[in-house]
Design a protein around this ligand. Structure first.
Ligand code: KG4
Ligand code: ZN
Length: 342
């Protein structure tokens, strides 16, 4: 069983091919970073055009890397949402076109589900598990009960955690995307240098909030010259504040599960922010305290890529979940709206 997956919902054009034995046969990602850099964030119109410019080459490269041809494939999966609609349409139309021409089943993949299931490709993770989904557009704690079966326990009430990294990095003059830049700068900084707030810590439930932290960074930086040492210390302090806040929220999620008598054996972190090694170290400790296994995909499978879409497609395909070529492109598509029979 071989599935090809196409990801175009934000600023990465990704095509991956995976097999049922968890083998990654191709993983090609073309980043649009340079195209968006002058604007300090992703510009939807530029993103859509850039996907169209490179997607044929990305596909050719993926087929070449894998040594496979269309005739070897069992199904085609593509992200059909949520995301920037222009890009989603580019990738899903390509997926549908291949499926139509080659008479292959088409699988419509929810981008969040693709992040959510990636740890089952890279680790031995069984359902049900607790998931922290942390990316540029999303921040939620989810009980993953099975493919297409999600219960959101808590989510951000304002900004996503990746947004907090990205906006703070901009204020620090570190550029976009901010997460990796902050992580790098933090390596030489003191995480205790500045007492930034720990949003939501101790609050009932497991919702997140990051806009106050972003404002605290802005207020703190006002009138201060951005020296290398200051940037490193603010980056380290911010990363520590985010890790404390996320760990507290996840710890509350464990409490909620225990109160309901629900047992999980794994805690999974996914989405671009799960590439952050300091955060993962903190979450590993939390998992140990709760006697569960911690898993996060390797950084290149945390940020957007085609392999995660191919894997989610494969998980669906082997359950017989295939979609029509009329599957819509959706800018908004919460995990809870997924049903096994979509
Ligand atoms: O999942 P993703 O690639 O795209 C979305 O679906 O949003 O996540 C991108 C986000 C960006 O906000 C980026 O700054 C953040 O993930 N990110 C990181 C790291 N690598 C990427 N945040 C913290 N530390 C990192 N190493
Ligand atoms: Zn993503």
């Amino acid at each position: 069983m071989l599935v090809l997956g196409i990801e175009t919902s934000c600023d990465d054009t990704g095509i991956g091919i995976v097999d049922a034995a968890k083998g990654i046969r191709a993983n090609v990602v073309a980043s649009q970073l340079e195209a968006h850099k002058p604007y300090g964030g992703v510009v939807p119109e530029i993103a859509a055009r850039a996907h169209l410019d490179v997607i044929d080459d990305v596909l050719a490269q993926a087929l070449q890397d894998s040594g496979l041809c269309f005739g070897d494939l069992s199904a085609i999966a593509a992200t059909t949402g949520p995301g920037l609609i222009g890009g989603v349409m580019v990738g899903s139309m390509m997926g549908k076109a291949i499926a139509a021409v080659r008479h292959l089943p088409f699988i419509s993949v929810n981008h969040l589900e693709a992040h959510a299931l990636t740890a089952r490709l890279t680790h031995d993770v069984a359902f049900p598990y607790l998931l922290l989904l942390a990316s540029g557009g999303h921040c939620q704690l989810v009980l993953v009960r099975g493919v297409g079966d999600y219960r959101v326990l808590g989510r951000t009430i304002d900004d996503a955690v990746g947004e907090c990294f990205d906006k703070s990095a901009k204020m620090l003059g570190l550029g976009y995307p901010g997460g990796p830049k902050i992580e790098q700068a933090a390596l030489t900084g003191n995480p205790k240098a500045f007492p930034l707030p720990r949003p939501m810590v101790g609050r009932i439930g497991c919702d997140f909030s990051f806009s106050g932290l972003k404002t605290a960074v802005r207020t703190f930086l006002e009138g201060r010259p951005l020296t290398l040492a200051l940037v490193a210390d603010v980056a380290a302090s911010l990363q520590a504040a985010i890790a404390d806040s996320v760990a507290d929220r996840a710890s509350h999620a464990f409490t909620m599960l225990k109160e309901e008598g629900l047992v999980v054996t794994s805690f999974v972190a996914a989405g671009g922010v799960a590439a952050n090694q300091a955060l993962c170290a903190r979450l590993t400790r939390l998992a140990q305290e709760n006697n569960v296994f911690f898993a996060a995909p390797p950084p290149k499978l945390c940020t957007d890529n085609g392999v995660m879409v191919a894997w989610a497609g494969l998980e669906r395909f082997r359950l017989g979940l295939i979609d029509g070529l009329d599957a819509p492109a959706r800018p908004r598509w919460p995990l809870e709206d997924l049903r096994r029979t979509q």
